[in-house]
Design a protein around this ligand. Structure first.
Ligand SMILES: CC(C)(COP(=O)(O)OP(=O)(O)OC[C@H]1O[C@@H](n2cnc3c(N)ncnc32)[C@H](O)[C@@H]1OP(=O)(O)O)[C@@H](O)C(=O)NCCC(=O)NCCS
Length: 146
């Protein structure tokens, strides 16, 4: 995609990641929370469109498994392939780091994300009823990387 650049996020990117998260979720994470995640084992990738930060994915690896902690794209930058590109970057890097299975939780009502994860090769492997504070169920998605 023209003008798209994806690089690994650093502690100095915490405020940008928080800005994107707050634009994408009702309960956005703060820059302090982002910095804490990045400083405590999480890895992120930041996507920029024409030089401006527009999306990120954050993951945590444990042995040969990993979990997507968050994926977000600014509303104005959606449906241009950033989400899929971020997932592709994360999957390639995690596979190279020895990850065999990648998991994530997503709200059952989040059709956009569920379509994206299906496009990215994930399958729904479990349902957690009333998982979120508003009683919405979570779908657990899994993708084998080997
Ligand atoms: C989910 C999200 C990250 C998708 O980002 P994006 O950059 O728009 O995704 P892409 O452009 O790469 O879309 C890839 C595919 O996902 C699916 N998709 C994405 N948005 C969709 C929507 N609103 N409705 C239906 N399908 C959608 C489509 O299959 C799309 O391919 P297409 O555009 O060729 O039809 C973005 O909508 C977002 O930030 N949402 C709010 C935060 C969120 O819900 N994160 C996930 C939490 S688990």
């Amino acid at each position: 995609m023209k003008g798209l650049a994806i690089r690994q996020a650093e502690a100095a990117d915490a405020a940008q990641l928080a800005m994107i998260h707050q634009a994408a979720f009702a309960k956005g994470w703060s820059a302090k929370e982002m910095a804490s995640l990045l400083g405590n084992g999480a890895t992120g990738w930041l996507a920029s469109q024409a030089g401006a930060p527009a999306g990120f994915v954050l993951v945590r690896q444990a042995a040969d498994e990993a979990e997507i902690l968050s994926l977000a794209v600014l509303p104005a930058a959606r449906r241009k392939g950033l989400g899929l590109a971020l997932m592709g970057t994360a999957c390639t890097a995690l596979k190279a780091a020895g990850v065999k299975q990648l998991f994530l939780d997503v709200r059952e009502s989040n059709a956009a994300a569920r379509h994206l994860y299906a496009r990215a090769g994930f399958v729904c492997c479990a349902r957690r009823p009333a998982y979120y504070a508003d009683n919405m169920a979570a779908c657990v998605y899994r993708r084998a990387l080997s």
